[in-house]
Design a protein around this ligand. Structure first.
Ligand code: CA
Ligand code: CA
Length: 222
């Protein structure tokens, strides 16, 4: 009668499938003591441990799926909300630009610009701008000058020397540093040209403050 061995599988150690043979083999195992029994059981213990580990891994996987699924849903909801906010933002920007356009305002950089359709002298033009929460435009850069030229009309800008002759100042009190005078200007024609207009070509001309022109206002966003 073969002894159960370490690789043991019941079928491999039994010589036949007869009940009598199995009974004799069982007696032999019990008679040979606990050590032999343990050796016989070892493959089954290993199999049970493996099965237990497999169940543990499966359970952990299920827990992970249920734990992460809500997070995944929240992530997709956030993506949807962000897309919706972008759509709303784009719509609002279009509506804002449409309203600004209807009221003759334009946006350049971080500023609003208003070009009048009416004509006024320089002082009244400035007062109109101030009534709109703005002031006559101050040209701070070549880019802004190029933008202003796009209006293509004679228009007052916020530069003058009404206080001190030949001392050109912007409406915020700052001195003129960079200029875009038209050729031969300023010429102080007739001795009383103390205000500055954007000429038709886009460069500047000094003119009498009493002349009536369109005007350009500038204001910050807030
Ligand atoms: Ca400016
Ligand atoms: Ca002039």
């Amino acid at each position: 009668m073969p002894e159960p061995n370490r690789k043991g599988c019941l079928k491999s150690i039994l010589p036949s499938d007869s009940p009598e043979t199995f009974r004799i083999w069982r007696k032999s195992v019990w008679r040979s003591g606990p050590k032999s029994l343990l050796q016989w059981m070892k493959p089954f213990v290993v199999a049970a441990v493996c099965l237990g580990m497999l169940c543990f891994i499966l359970l952990a996987g299920i827990i992970c799926v249920f734990a992460y699924y809500p997070t995944d849903t929240r992530y997709h909801n956030l993506i949807k909300e962000r897309v919706q906010l972008q759509i709303n933002y784009t719509t609002l920007i279009k509506e804002r630009d449409h309203l600004l356009c209807l009221n003759n305002w334009k946006i350049f950089g971080c500023k609003f610009y208003y070009i009048s359709t009416d004509h006024k002298n320089w002082i009244d033009s400035r007062q109109d701008c101030q009534g709109r929460g703005a002031d006559l435009v101050i040209i701070n850069s070549r880019e802004e000058q190029t933008f202003i030229k796009s209006f293509k009309n004679k228009a007052w800008i916020g530069l003058n020397n009404r206080e001190v002759k030949k001392s050109w100042k912007w409406v915020d009190g700052s001195p003129l540093t960079t200029s875009y005078w038209d050729s031969g200007k300023p010429n102080n024609y007739g001795g009383a040209e103390d205000c500055v207009e954007m000429a038709v070509g886009g460069n500047w001309n000094d003119a009498s403050c009493k002349e009536t022109r369109q005007w350009i206002c500038e204001r910050p966003f807030n």
